[in-house]
Design a protein around this ligand. Structure first.
Ligand SMILES: Cc1cc2nc3c(=O)[nH]c(=O)nc-3n(C[C@H](O)[C@H](O)[C@H](O)COP(=O)(O)OP(=O)(O)OC[C@H]3O[C@@H](n4cnc5c(N)ncnc54)[C@H](O)[C@@H]3O)c2cc1C
Length: 383
């Protein structure tokens, strides 16, 4: 699709396409088996100048807008293993953008520069066993003690959680509700931090962990922004995260339908290719129409976002529609591959399996619908 990319963006796309073809795709299945991407993936992306595309240029980032991140995602998704871009995004976008945007100069110098060069890997820790969609209910507590905060509690489903050198952590520093939340950077080697890798259904190349904080002491200077101002920061970060998921979903659906098209032409049943049956022509036509609509919504949301316009409703619509489209397209296209579509060593089977994570991460479909309803005067009563 040609959206009038600049020469600089086209160059980025070409170098990424080559990198993914030679360095990522051949290794993606081994990384899935290992349950994580290697640290060298981050340093190689940094050497290519694409790891911290949106991070500050004076700290080694690219200083680019979200369109560059979209290109990175489109190309990385071609490797067929969603966990690979998820690990990179959890580091460069989710964990580090918050520090870069809201952190004090010394904190940014310590973490953002190391993140942009791939020397350190980050994770974002918001979700908890008893607070997922309802971020304002989180209970991991940080209590000020001299020059430190002492943290107690736990976090669940944290991408890069086992491998991270720092965790950008949402903690409760004040009273109940959204006003008592802060963000603090926890060094990975902090005493009192324990990690447990989780076994997921898919997206195997990204590590996901549960984190436990037991009297974990962190310098007070690691606070990001002001105390009790964390909820606003986390919510503004969610906009970028949801766009990431929307772009990934569009690319995932494109890859899926391209696989289905090839299979539909090649595989024969009852004397003709599967795409000789009108039922499959129509089902894939519906899939393609939904993908085009998802891309249009997503590109519009990105356009508003990069121009600094209010875009919460459009971003939520894009995230909702694109991720549900990717899931539905994957289900239809896996069915087209019959028994093969249910096999682990079949790309379509893995695309189907991985698509299930898209409608949950960075805010579920139900959360997206609630935001859209609130933003468009579609609520009444206590909602
Ligand atoms: C692969 C993966 C990676 C992740 N990575 C990270 C990460 O790096 N960092 C991080 O902090 N978190 C991460 N998460 C957590 C993710 O953000 C949460 O799973 C998500 O926000 C939902 O929270 P929950 O799982 O606690 O579900 P719950 O909040 O318990 O919700 C359960 C179900 O109820 C629905 N529901 C909730 N509230 C309402 C409502 N008001 N109305 C109707 N339905 C509702 C939800 O939509 C969902 O379907 C990850 C999750 C996954 C699966």
């Amino acid at each position: 699709m040609d959206w009038g990319w600049t020469e600089e963006q086209e160059m980025l796309r070409r170098s990424l396409a080559e990198f993914v073809r030679t360095e990522v795709t051949p290794n993606a299945l081994a990384w899935e088996r290992a349950g994580e991407v290697p640290r060298t993936l981050f340093t190689k992306l940094a050497d290519l100048g694409v790891l911290g595309l949106r991070l500050s240029p004076e700290l080694g980032g690219g200083g680019h807008d979200f369109w560059f991140t979209a290109i990175l995602l489109q190309e990385m998704m071609r490797c067929g293993s969603i966990g690979v871009p998820v690990a990179v995004m959890a580091h460069a976008e989710f964990a580090t953008m918050l520090i870069d945007r809201f952190g004090a100069p010394e904190l940014r110098q310590r973490y953002v520069a190391a993140a942009a060069s791939g020397q350190m890997i980050g994770a974002l820790g918001v979700s908890e066993p008893d607070a997922g969609s309802d971020v304002a209910a989180l209970s991991t507590r940080a209590v000020r003690d001299g020059d430190d905060y002492v943290i107690n509690g736990s976090k669940l489903y944290i991408t890069n959680g086992s491998i991270a050198d720092y965790i950008t952590l949402a903690v409760r520093t004040g009273g109940p509700g959204h006003r008592g939340i802060s963000v603090i950077v926890v060094p990975g080697d902090s005493k009192g931090l324990k990690r447990q890798r989780l076994q997921k259904l898919g997206t195997h190349a990204s590590d996901t962990a549960e984190l436990f904080f037991d009297d974990c002491r962190v310098p007070a200077a690691n606070l990001v922004g002001a105390e009790n101002e964390g909820f606003r920061m986390i919510m503004s970060g969610f906009e970028g995260e949801r766009l990431v998921l929307a772009v990934m979903a569009c690319a995932h659906a494109r890859l899926t339908i391209d696989e289905a098209r090839k299979w539909g032409h090649d595989r024969r049943a009852f004397g003709q290719p599967l795409l000789g049956f009108q039922v499959w022509q129509h089902r894939l036509a519906d899939c393609l129409t939904a993908i085009e609509a998802a891309e249009s919504l997503t590109w519009r949301a990105i356009d508003l976002y990069v121009r600094g316009k209010p875009a919460q409703s459009e971003i939520s619509m894009a995230k909702l529609f694109a991720t549900e489209t990717a899931r539905d397209v994957a289900r239809e296209c896996a069915q087209l591959q019959g028994g093969l579509g249910y096999m682990e060593d079949c790309l379509m089977g893995r695309l189907h399996r991985d698509s299930l994570a898209l409608t949950i991460g960075a805010g579920s479909s139900e959360t997206m619908r609630s935001i859209i309803a609130r933003a468009n005067d579609l609520t009444a009563g206590d909602a």
